[in-house]
Design a protein around this ligand. Structure first.
Ligand SMILES: O=C(O)c1cc(=O)[nH]c(=O)n1[C@@H]1O[C@H](COP(=O)(O)O)[C@@H](O)[C@H]1O
Length: 230
């Protein structure tokens, strides 16, 4: 688990919103309660990649959640292009070929996170997708491969954080979505945990979307999550 000087950096707010204007309005409302923002498909395909550069230029940290998975050459060159965006994190799916290519394309300052098994999957979903392993074993297998390949961090559910930490050691990052403050709706997430329990399980960063983007007071929810983890 890495030392983090500013406790706000542990929270990554997922900007899962339809437009740059909506994202900028949310960032304004949150103000200095958050320092780290994630841009994924929904916003990325609606002008969010340019926003990523602007946020990084303002000193905010940016997680580009592109979840790359393609032939090695395409992943390597895609990661190389993203290396100029000012982002701190970029996701790829945790397939060995893909992870090796991402490490080859990684530029200075960009950390590659490998998504082990999506937090919306349980064992039945993994079986339906053709995997012969329960989720916990598939996460462990992919975490070990990621560490061997030299990936900077893993995305998994907080429920697997303890076993992933034992596999990857203290220096690799563990980033966990599927985070729900007590009483919040799980939605399509199947492997969920509260921010406090996730922190106690040894995670470095949590990713939180709808509990903040859908809140009447997103700033207050962000502050409560940061305090719960401190
Ligand atoms: O890579 C991710 O960020 C990710 C991986 C994963 O396994 N599960 C997962 O939910 N995410 C992302 O984390 C965010 C979670 O959003 P909420 O469920 O609204 O809190 C979304 O932007 C997802 O795309």
């Amino acid at each position: 688990m890495t030392e983090i000087a500013d406790p706000r950096d542990r929270l990554i707010v997922a900007l899962d919103l339809p437009s740059v204007q909506a994202a900028e309005a949310l960032i304004d409302r949150i103000g200095d309660a958050a320092t780290f923002y994630k841009i994924g498909y929904q916003l990325g395909y609606a002008g969010g990649l340019a926003l990523a550069e602007r946020l990084a230029g303002r000193g905010l940290k940016v997680f580009l959640d592109l979840k790359l998975h393609d032939i090695g050459n395409t992943v390597e060159e895609g990661v190389r292009s993203a290396s100029g965006s000012g982002a701190t994190f970029l996701t790829v799916h945790a397939y060995p070929q893909t992870m090796r290519a991402a490490v080859r394309g990684r530029g200075a300052g960009l950390k590659i996170l490998a998504v082990t098994v999506l937090t919306s999957y349980d064992d039945a979903d993994a079986a339906e997708a053709g995997y012969g392993l329960p989720v916990a074993e598939l996460v462990a297998k992919r975490a070990a491969q990621a560490a061997e390949i030299g990936i900077d961090g893993l995305v998994c559910s907080a429920a697997e954080a303890g076993s992933v930490r034992r596999i990857v050691g203290p220096d690799r990052l563990i980033v966990t979505p599927g985070i729900r403050p007590a009483g919040a709706e799980a939605g399509d997430q199947k492997r969920v945990m509260t921010p406090g329990d996730a922190r106690r399980a040894g995670i470095d960063h949590v990713v939180v979307g709808r509990p903040i983007t859908g809140a009447a007071d997103p700033r207050a929810v962000a502050q409560a999550i940061v305090s719960e983890m401190a």
